[in-house]
Design a protein around this ligand. Structure first.
Ligand SMILES: [Zn+2]
Length: 240
């Protein structure tokens, strides 16, 4: 008899868990591993993984950007040897759902990087700018994306994610009121600009596979490196 009661209780609990999980996946699909990525949703527990996984599906990635109102052009594929080249890369065009401009304006990245940058602007950059400065970011200054080189420009060792435009280096920001925030100049300050930079770095960690800042090493003292490197079985990520 006791065994039946116990089994019934376990079944009831399992049913309850299922109902709760179903409700959660309906109201917060971004927190579920099995739902399709939707750039209109807030950043969820699995958003970064889904963004990185878009690397294998350029058409799907471009559809997501399109649906989210991001204006972009598709860059022609190119190959610069066995380790370097771009495939399914995109370049932002002004207007549409993006409020910021990129400077220099010819930023072309792998599509999953572009999709993460759009979410970064909407959910991280602009809210942080409003909170710290009472105004929005007008311009994102960068050091570029595609660069056929190994990590740190060394002559041997692992190839950089830049060699496939799967990374971007962010150097600073120009606010709508003209103020400038630079990683090199304002990271150490301990003021609002420095707090803003740390906040946008931490926010990027929810969208990119790898985020490296001046906290990581001296090579990153003047920029935030953001990339969508594929993750190993252990899901290794860097956020520092
Ligand atoms: Zn970089």
């Amino acid at each position: 008899m006791l065994r039946f009661v116990r089994t019934g209780l376990v079944l009831a609990l399992l049913l309850l868990a299922g109902v709760l999980l179903y409700g959660r996946s309906r109201s917060h699909p971004e927190d579920m591993p099995w739902t399709t990525l939707d750039l209109a949703r807030p950043i969820g527990a699995f958003t970064a993984r889904k963004l990185a996984a878009l690397g294998g599906d350029g058409a799907q990635c471009r559809t997501l950007l399109d649906r989210a109102g991001v204006r972009f052009s598709v860059l022609p594929d190119r190959s610069d040897g066995p380790r370097c080249g771009i495939r399914d890369a995109v370049r932002f065009r002004p207007g549409g759902a993006l409020g910021v401009r990129y400077a220099p304006p010819d930023l072309g990245t792998a599509c999953p990087v572009a999709a993460a940058l759009a979410l970064w602007e909407w959910h991280v950059l602009q809210p942080a700018a409003l909170r710290h400065f009472g105004t929005k970011v007008a311009r994102v200054e960068h050091f570029g994306s595609y660069n056929c080189r190994r990590m740190y420009g060394r002559s041997d060792g692992a190839w950089s994610e830049h060699s496939t435009a799967n990374a971007v280096d962010i150097a600073g920001f120009r606010l709508e009121d003209g103020r400038r925030v630079s990683v090199l100049g304002d990271w150490p300050g301990g003021d609002a600009k420095s707090a803003f930079l740390r906040e946008v770095r931490d926010g990027a960690c929810r969208l990119f596979a790898t985020v490296l800042s001046p906290d990581y090493n001296a090579a990153h003292r003047d920029h935030l490196h953001l990339d969508q490197a594929g993750r190993g079985a252990l899901g290794w990520r860097a956020c520092r």
